[in-house]
Design a protein around this ligand. Structure first.
Ligand code: GLC
Length: 756
């Protein structure tokens, strides 16, 4: 049989058309089935029959926190050979894995990468992860997760880019481009590229009570402006696939949500790739109580626009029969199969289905990837308080004692959703302190006259003796990664039991106490407000975590991490986010602390906050024009000065507040970030460009519109600071097409705020 679809010189759509014409209904349905961990021998008959078109290598339904044997190219090649050489039409498999924040080299969890406010860094980390995972035969990752996280009790905040829609859109798009090798999916055929997956469509970050999988209730205006925004940006960036979420949205499970999946994502937004369900989510429609059985669930999910059934088996068992019984339109199967086959061809799998087994050793855990992981780890560190304790850069620090449960922790630094990273690769905090300060191996010979001792505070009496004798104590506490990630929500955001007491005991005897808090989520650190001389938050930092943290503690790397989430004083305050609405009774900043009788309304540390190793001052913002009309841009500039004695890396943030709208607008919207490096005493004029459409807002139908009126613009170090300058938005036609599709503007990286 000739196979015209294998001619790579022909247009993909022609090749797919020819292939579909040659396929039976069963073979088309096979492309819509995804199985977990298939084996060439055990599954030979299924592979020969083309009974499944994609597979996931995973340890199970809570893959995020359960380690498995990992992925090897040889095993994947054996599977691929059985599919390509054993099946009638030789259609290659597409192999997927959760490559969330690294592969063999593990980068900080996405929430930690978000603390960098740096899309280029995120892009580089995703590219490195793709390079490593593709060498093991993986060509599809279930990342980036784009859920705007509204409740830190929810364990999956760890996988998110935080609470802000603009930041989630910009960093999510950067991750897509990193995984896929460039914008628009243009480099998908590169053997090092992975198909990315925008997940979990949509609104998962609103799970009620922070309880994973719980119901979500959200109105269309909030959905369009906050939760759909990162998905629009991912579609604009050419994301190859989308994953529908587990939860119900206003009572309808996303796996069966035709209005948002088939009509909005595929219709309004024009998404042309396949939508994959989440793990067994098709089968779970029965448990949601919207499908009588799996046959009913299969029809419902495919009709809603879900093209691939992850591991339930409902599509493979029922779709052909539903079509033959006249209960399912065969065009739906055809369209879904077309999306899957088109993706496989764009990935080049028909021309090159196999992976070079020798590539893994050459590209995984290289010095270059370690250096990138170290730089990313340092950017995931946020200095919350520093009473002159940092940087630890004096040559004669004397005796430094490192203690606490994370002092010598390895696997725990990797964070949740680490599947192929290895504990033995991790640089611990204690290793890094010894190396940098104590003359340990690999270090610069150690600071003269400095000795380093280490324990894990298991024997607190001994620890306190050491702490009393030491000149500096570095206490490494925080939450275990098993406390975040999928199905790992919590009811308390305080430090785990016993850790605050440990810090209080250390504070009583330490001359200089530096507290390092490792975490997968925002924590309520009220009891640390006056504990110790410095408090540093490190979102689980990955393989090079020890180096990255110590680079910041010693000032070898300027502290540049900024909070991608608000830090509450106490759990009772959540949800708490910077872009809240003003209400009809806004808080008087000089008035009472707020509406709670027992606490303040405001966060302990606001979104965007983080200290550098010195003082940075911001001049008032100025505008290139005081009005902005349709099709126009305005430049906003402020002078930023390093008033300290050490170099700084400043994440300069642009915030807007549109004071008049058809609906109430947030009191603070992040619209741009610029990174500026300043030597001591230096100043820089930082300019952002704001376009008319950047100040628009979407109505309940998702149509972007601008309402004339006053806009306050700030250039600031975080959401809670900065003087505003007044801009007047002029009247004009809706900046975007009236059909509700996206306007020309897409999320920028700060030069232009952008709506996505
Ligand atoms: C999990 C997660 C999803 C992941 C998938 C495959 O349950 O919800 O994020 O990609 O299943 O492991």
């Amino acid at each position: 049989m000739t196979r015209p679809w294998t001619d790579a010189a022909r247009p993909v759509e022609d090749r797919v058309r020819d292939l579909l014409a040659a396929m039976t209904l069963e073979e088309k349905v096979g492309q819509l089935a995804q199985v977990a961990n298939p084996e060439p021998e055990r599954d030979a008959a299924a592979l020969a029959a083309g009974a499944f078109g994609t597979c996931i290598v995973a340890s199970g339904e809570h893959a995020g926190n359960v380690r498995d044997a990992g992925t090897q190219a040889a095993a994947v090649n054996a599977l691929q050979r059985a599919a390509v050489e054993g099946s009638r039409l030789g259609i290659p498999l597409l192999v997927a894995r959760d490559v969330i924040h690294g592969h063999r080299t593990v980068f900080p969890i996405p929430l930690g990468q978000a603390a960098s406010f740096d899309p280029e860094l995120v892009r580089e980390c995703a590219r490195a992860a793709a390079r490593e995972a593709s060498a093991d035969g993986v060509r599809w990752t279930f990342a980036p997760m784009l859920d705007v996280s509204m409740d830190p009790r929810w364990g999956r905040v760890a996988e998110s880019w935080g609470e802000d829609p603009w930041l989630s859109a910009v960093l999510g798009a950067a991750a897509v481009e990193g995984f896929q090798g460039g914008p628009g999916g243009s480099a998908l055929a590169d053997a090092e590229s992975l198909a990315a997956c925008a997940k979990h469509y949509v609104g998962y970050g609103l799970a009620q009570g922070g309880r994973d999988y719980a119901e979500v209730d959200v109105g269309p205006v909030t959905l369009h402006n906050r939760h759909l925004r990162p998905f629009r940006a991912a579609v604009d960036a050419g994301v190859a696939t989308v994953m529908s979420a587990f939860h119900t949205l206003d009572g309808l499970p996303m796996t069966a949500h035709r209005p948002l999946v088939r009509e909005h994502l595929k219709g309004d937004l024009g998404f042309a790739g396949p939508v994959v369900s989440d793990w067994d989510a098709v089968g779970e429609l029965v448990l949601h109580g919207v499908a009588a059985d799996r046959r009913d669930a299969a029809a419902l999910a495919l009709g809603a626009g879900v093209d691939i059934d992850m591991v339930t088996g409902a599509y493979g068992t029922h779709l052909a029969e539903l079509v033959r019984d006249g209960l399912l339109d065969p065009a739906l199967v055809e369209d879904a199969a077309r999306r899957v086959l088109t993706l496989k061809m764009r990935l080049g799998l028909f021309e090159a289905p196999y992976t070079d087994p020798g590539r893994a050793a050459a590209v995984q855990l290289t010095a270059g990837h370690r250096a990138l992981a170290r730089r990313a780890a340092a950017s995931a560190v946020v200095v919350l308080r520093n009473e002159g304790a940092l940087p630890l850069d004096a040559p004669d620090l004397g005796h430094v004692h490192v203690t606490g449960p994370f002092a010598s922790a390895r696997a725990e630094l990797l964070g949740t959703w680490t599947l192929d990273g290895r504990a033995e690769d991790v640089v611990t905090i204690a290793d890094a302190v010894r190396e940098r300060l104590g003359g340990g191996p690999g270090g610069p010979g150690g600071a003269t006259g400095t000795t380093v001792t280490v324990d894990d505070a298991r024997f607190l009496d001994e620890t306190l003796i050491q702490a009393r004798a030491a000149d500096v104590v570095v206490a490494c506490v925080g939450e275990h990664p098993m406390r975040s990630g999928e199905a790992n929500s919590v009811t308390s955001l305080e430090l785990p039991p016993g850790q605050t007491e440990l810090l209080e005991a250390l504070a009583r005897v330490s001359r200089r106490l530096v507290v390092v808090v490792l975490t997968g989520r925002p924590l309520a650190l009220e009891r640390l407000a006056h504990l110790g001389d410095a408090v540093v938050l490190a979102f689980h930092p990955g393989t090079e975590g020890g180096h990255g943290i110590v680079d910041v503690l010693t000032g070898d790397v300027p502290a540049s991490g900024r909070l991608p989430v608000s830090l509450p004083w106490t759990t009772g305050q959540v949800p708490l986010h910077h872009d809240h609405l003003p209400t009809g009774r806004p808080l008087d900043p000089d008035g009472p602390a707020g509406r709670y009788r027992d606490h303040r309304d405001t966060p302990q540390h606001p979104f965007g906050f983080g200290l550098g190793h010195g003082e940075v001052t911001y001049g008032p913002p100025s505008l290139s024009a005081t009005t902005l009309g349709p099709g126009q841009d305005v430049e906003v500039t402020a002078t930023v000065t390093n008033a300290g004695s050490l170099p700084v890396v400043e994440r300069v943030q642009l915030y807007v507040r549109v004071r008049l709208g058809r609906v109430s607008r947030p009191v603070s919207e992040l619209a741009g970030v610029r990174t500026v490096e300043l030597e001591p005493g230096a100043s820089a004029a930082v300019t952002f460009t704001l376009g008319y459409a950047d100040l628009g807002y979407r109505d309940a139908r998702g149509v972007l519109e601008c309402v004339p009126g006053p806009v306050d613009v700030r250039i600031a170090p975080h959401a809670g600071a900065g003087a505003a300058v007044r801009l007047e938005l002029l009247d004009g036609d809706a900046p975007g097409p009236s059909t509700g599709t996206r306007p020309a503007v897409s999320a920028g990286t700060g030069a232009r705020g952008g709506d996505a």
